[in-house]
Design a binder for this molecule. Sequence first.
Ligand code: PLP
Length: 391
Amino acid sequence: MTTLGELMREPSASGRFGEYGGRFVPESLVPACEELDRAFRSAWSDPSFRSELDHLLRSYGGRPTPVTECRRLSERLGVRLLLKREDLNHTGSHKLNNVIGQALLARRMGKRRLVAETGAGQHGVATATAAALFGMECDVYMGAVDVERQELNVFRMELLGASVHPVQSGSRTLKDAINEALRNWVATVETTHYCIGSVMGPHPYPYIVRELQRVVGDEARRQCREILKSDPDIVVACVGGGSNAAGTFAGFVDSGARLVGVEAAGGAAVQHGVPGIVHGMRSKFLQDEDGQILEAESISAGLDYPGIGPEHAQLADAGRAEYMEANDDEVLAAFRLLAETEGIIPALEPAHGLAWIVREAGKSIPKGSAVLLTLSGRGDKDVALVRERSR
Ligand SMILES: *Cc1c(COP(=O)(O)O)cnc(C)c1O
């Protein structure tokens, strides 16, 4: 049994977070995963790597992002609501924290090409951005269905110099794009780094991505102490694969704060998933009776992953974090509420977190509580969809 003090540290040597995680990959990828593990550990303990990353996140990405206290919405809800503003990052979300770190790591390993998967296109755009910044080649795998749904992001990636490859296998969505990206990595591993988009995949990826996103939680903890003179009572983040939540929770796991991840009702892998091995890791996935992976479905494409990062499965089992759901209607209402009361149009993904806060304020969130929500991204990408849904 995992004790609380052991949570969100290093995984075991085989990449386990309790009974989850691990490395389930073809023989030919084992050396690449081992090389990546060594390279990351050496980079992460190298002050010159850390200071170059820090400099880029500041001078290019716009860090540190502020914590904003919501005066009007707080009054409306009867709680003290604070937002960690990852929406203010370059490219509009927390994803840049991860891709800048992985691109730096790729360069350190002498790799000149990045391959990535993308669902809605946000991670693809972020990876293409980092590739342009470092002068690297970039190939993005994207389900053919998503390519059609997300034309504008495909064009963005092309503007940034990346090649987008529509994936025709399976359901032609994110989970198939991940398989295809992994396949391409197997064939090109000498020259290529696979830049994975969340806290998932084979060891060491879930660990690397959490560490690259912990800047969100570490900054927020300091900022909350300045504003509140204490830690928040509750820390909330939305969960797709779980990277913004993992980065946020990493900063607060040793505090007294209640940690809450909010999934899309149509993709709630913690609530409705069962353990399985997919995409190189053991975690919880939405599966049918035959063990086939189900399609996740929600209004926000960024939460459409039918699984969850292995560390979240561990945090849930250990009872350190709770995982809740929000449905599309609640999310649309929360999206509008934040726009109208605070002048901030959020991405639909973190609007899930807000929807849960709105539902629970005065119930499981006692009146007067200080609540921190990671606003993982801005809503520009979602405005057209919300308009359509409102007609
Ligand atoms: C991609 C994305 C998410 C979901 O990814 P996680 O790995 O769960 O953080 C959440 N919010 C925004 C704005 C995104 O772009």
